[in-house]
Structures are given as C-alpha cells and as structure tokens.
Design a protein around this ligand. Structure first.
Ligand code: ZN
Ligand code: ZN
Length: 230
C-alpha cells in the first residue's frame, strides 16, 4: 500500500519542515520573543502594534502574512485564496500542489481536445474541417460540446497558471502582493523552478523576508494603551 503522507514528504520536502503549520493553518499565534509565550491582545496594545493583527475567531495574534478565512473559519499562513471549486483555502504547503493541479488539468483537457479532433479526422479522412464539424454536430454533438467546453476551460486554466506563476515568481501570493518588485527576471525564474519542486524561494523582496510581526520596526510605547483593553 502506498503511504500517501510519506510520499508527499518526499515529493514536497517543505511539508516535512513546516511542523505546526499543516497546509498553512495557523493554530498558535505569533510568539513574544521575550516571554516565549503567544502574544495576546494586551501585548499588542502594550507594544502599540495594530490591534487588527488579533484574530477574534481563532483568538491568536496573526503574523504579517497570515489571513483569516471566513469560509474555513481558520487562519492561514501565506494565504493565496479560498478556492470555491476545491472548497478549501490555498496557502502555505498546498500552494505548489494547487499550481500543479492547474497545470495537469490544462494538460489533460488539451489531450482530450487533441484526441477528439484526431479521431474525427480519422473517421472522416476525405472531408474538410467544416464538413467534419458539421457531421460531428449532427451525429456526435456531445463530443463537439465537450471539445468546445474543454477549449474554453484550457484557455481559462492557462490564464490562471500564467497569473499564479507571475505571483510565485515574485515569491508572493494572490492575497499578499506588493506593487514594487525588486527581483530580477532570473531570480523570478529561479523562484518558479524552486516553487514547482516544493522548495524554498530562491529570493524574496525585503518586505516578504520578514517572517514575523515582531521584526517590523513598530514604535514601542510600553503600557500606553493597557487601560483601553482591560
Ligand atoms: Zn483566524
Ligand atoms: Zn478558506
């Protein structure tokens, strides 16, 4: 029997290293570097950090690249988007698989279109394509419908793949994007190659190198807002 969990760790070594953040779900909030305990709402106020970093549903302090999904009712690290077709969030640890899913789906649909057209050509070897399509319409209309549907789906999937690769090339996600990009085309290409192999990004913009909110230089004003919280 194939051990799916073991196989996925071999194919996507990032998953093995991630530990607590399985499929991007964040269960423990940002840690206080001094006390080594999860930050609380009071800590945010004490350190003059934005209060909206606290997720009232999950009751954790979110990191910079963590977002709460109202449909999943969970916080996700490096959230890309909530996929309404898969009915789950795409984020850290399943983003690579999502892009591979798009690529393989587009490939399979392309193969169907190619196979259907070659089969039609084989069935009517001496006719022109207008006659062939006319014959398919009157005799195999369901095949023609599937061909048209798959052509439209391939076009849509291709635009999605192009967008996703442009985003991961910048080491970002659909939700967490920044307008100014400092990465070179070579660095973006290396990011895409590493991403598709499930490895760490080759390079990141400065803003995306910061993994925790504590590294951001917020002004610290101890206990200035404690009274508003209690
Ligand atoms: Zn949350
Ligand atoms: Zn979701």
């Amino acid at each position: 029997m194939i051990d799916i969990q073991k196989s996925s760790k071999i194919l996507f070594p990032e998953i093995k290293r991630s530990g607590a953040k399985i499929f991007g779900v964040v269960k423990i909030g940002e840690m206080n570097t001094a006390s080594r305990k999860p930050l609380t709402l009071i800590d945010l106020c004490d350190m003059s950090l934005p209060v909206d970093l606290f997720c009232f549903q999950c009751e954790i302090v979110r990191g910079k690249h963590t977002k709460h999904c109202k449909l999943c009712e969970k916080c996700y690290y490096r959230m890309d988007h909530h996929c309404l077709f898969l009915m789950k969030c795409v984020g850290h640890n399943n983003h690579t698989r999502f892009v591979w899913f798009l690529i393989l789906t587009a490939f399979v649909m392309s193969m169907f279109v190619l196979q259907a057209l070659l089969s039609a050509r084989h069935t009517y070897p001496d006719d022109t394509w207008s006659v062939i399509l006319s014959n398919m319409f009157w005799t195999d209309c369901w095949v023609l419908s599937m061909v048209l549907l798959n052509i439209a789906s391939v076009a849509w999937a291709s635009s999605l793949i192009r967008f996703q690769l442009s985003v991961v090339g910048r080491a970002q996600t659909t939700y967490f994007q920044q307008k100014i990009v400092t990465l070179t085309p070579i660095e973006q290409l290396m990011n895409i190659i590493n991403f598709l192999q499930g490895k760490q990004f080759y390079a990141k913009d400065y803003e995306f190198n910061e993994s925790t909110i504590m590294t951001k230089p917020y002004p610290v004003q101890p206990s200035a807002h404690t009274a508003h919280v209690v």
